[in-house]
Write a protein that binds this ligand. Sequence first.
Ligand code: AHG
Ligand code: MN
Ligand code: MN
Length: 341
Amino acid sequence: MVTAAENEDKALDRDCTTLSRHVLQQFQGFSAQAQDLSALMNRVALAGKLVARHLSRAGLMEGVLGFTGDVNVQGESVKKMDVYANDVFISVFKQSGLVCRLASEEMDEPYYIPENCPIGRYTLLYDPIDGSSNTDTNLSLGSIFAIRQQEGEDKDGKAKDLLSTGDKQIGAGYILYGPSTMLVYTMGKGVHSFVLDPSLGEFILTEENIKIPDSGSVYSVNEGNFWQWEESVREYVRYVHRTEGYSARYSGAMVSDIHRILVQGGVFLYPGTVQKPEGKLRLLYESAPLAYVIQQAGGRATTGRMDIFDVVPEKLHQRTPLIIGSKENVAKVESFIQNGD
Ligand code: AHG
Ligand code: MN
Ligand code: MN
């Protein structure tokens, strides 16, 4: 029988497994790299806490919600929250000594911090606010990040570390701003989730080595684009409609849709359209980091024709179609797309 004292010990131990401690444990030692990555993740967590705090009070403050009136490099209208969160990440990493380049959805060119650039430093790629259409209606949002080893000179945003395949990611993950704030990350040693305990101001471990179910009943896609897709994607969705047991879930923020799929299984799709064959999602700071998380959890991510990790980016803001989730569901979508070719 477990005694009350043992239970208390267990609860205390869990409360003490903070994110930075967990990263150190992942590397089973205190090597320089383990220390760096732990410090780096601590900064990502700080950015998450700042964004979460801002979001939680957004409706109470003047001038925080709505559009700035600007259009970003993607041709999308920028929200004040996008700018705030983008600046939070810059501010957090400026004097960190850890990150040499920051590249984000909201910046045409990477933000370069020369004093942080001795050999062995890192590059951070991020989507500061994912699902920004949810901002003004108090719905779930996310931030996505990927860590790479700094490599090569940055010539017009074309440094080697920026324009290489997904397997060059050292770590990746997301922060989900939902009813609670969660952080999910991988450093190539499984996928782990943390919940922000507001009373401690710390992300506390909630689940280690998360495994995505091999199949699931959720399909998550914007069916408003039905007639813009290629016929094979339409055929897949018709198949889902005809087959008993599927449920549609689509929130407008892929971080929350993919988090649901990580936990419960299923598939998220953002296929290309006839007008935009590459779709909407950006490879380097949306698709590839989420692919890393899902692959580490035992799932798959593909464009429908090739593994997301095999896509060689030609430019920083490159887009790719994305089909991601449980391996059986992803294989089913692929079979429709490849049979249509
Ligand atoms: P972002 O807010 O960073 O531009 O990303 C939004 C993405 C993704 O999170 C979401 O699933 C998708 O765009 C929604 O797009 P549609 O409105 O076209 O479905
Ligand atoms: Mn996004
Ligand atoms: Mn975004």
